[in-house]
Design a protein. Sequence first.
Lengths: 243, 218
Amino acid sequence: MASLWEYANPKKFIQTTDRLLPWFSVLAALTLVIGLIWGFFFTPDDFRQGSTVKIIYLHVPSALMAINAWLMMLVASLIWIVRRHHVSALAARAAAPIGAVMTVIALATGAIWGEPMWGTWWAWDPRLTSFLILFLFYLGYIALWAAIENDDTAADLTSVLCLVGSVFALLSRYAVNFWNQGLHQGASLSLDKEKNVADVFYHPLLFCIAGFVLLFIALVFLRTQTEIRARRMRALLARERLG
Amino acid sequence: MKALLLRDIRLAVRAGGGFGLGLAFFLIVVVLVPFGVGPDSELLAVIAPGILWLGALLSCLLSLDRIFALDWEDGSLDLLATAPLPMEGLVSLKAMAHWLTTGVPLVLASPLFALLLSLPVEGYLPLVISLALGTPALSVIGTFGAALTVGLKRGGLLLSLLVLPLYVPTLIFGAEVARRGAEGLDTGVPLAMLAGITFGAMALLPFASAAVLRVNLR
């Protein structure tokens, strides 16, 4: 029985992800193309929001991935702290810029959507504010990785920062709720079907979300491979200089 | 432990770092605000709680990198790490020393600065209470940030980038207590939240700071 931890071996990881990467990339492209084209051109305009409602196909998936990327970093950091698999630390490092970009996409599409709907690009609404704070957390995390030269030290420190940051990000999320009432609507997707958006918008949205998830996985695979190879390169160069 | 605490406080006072400078910075922030927004005392009274909290937070931030930097440079941090005192105790003591030299003067001086910003009289007590309750959290969280960046040559800017997002909940509840107090509203709920954050941080964060410091001393 193959254990999950086998993939902690960098060689095995690269072999496996090499085989999986094309599948994930193609599937991500396919679902995104289907979801976006379906969403943009084959769904009706909302009776109040007009065609701006279609921003949902970018806004919701990117916001979802912005949070899930941090969760993935949290899990990877925990694995690094507990089991000290280098691939795990590198995967967390690889995911951070993707998560940061997702946060920016969510904020930007939100602003573009908010301007015609709420009459403002930005409001200090709890959801918007906590996303901005999440973005700051991403920035700090990435900056800490970049600032420390020793790889293991950097992995250790960023992992602890990720753990502590998660707690404080969660605290901030509820603190801002307390601090200001929001313009943003409540959750538009949930597993109990009562409150969901109408089916016409829901089905293409599911495709888009699946596309973003697949895209995220593909990008994390690719970037983790790059990190592994970059580290090997550095090790080789260092050895050459010595020998 | 007591000796270490006294030593840190003495160093901070004599080196002219934390004590006077933090307060002076706080004063400058408070003096600059009316230049920025105008001398209208009604407007100042409205923003005073927020400005005072922000000023306290920034002057706290100013002295954070000194918590470990000097001990790191002259090697006494390595000695302290090998001492029988557990690392968690060491970082708690460091945070306490930082609070005593930065937080406490800020708390004591805040009514005076509140006067400059024409805070209503009812607001004084809530302001002092909120600062007294909140600044220990700032010191403890800041110690974590300082422990993260202790090995870095130019860690100051990174330190602020790392620490400021962590300050968000403390700032929100602290400023909320001060604001509600100034408006004569009930301050119970944010005060309880602020106390929760402070005591939670004091209880749990030293473990993270100690872990990070151990990594940096490796």
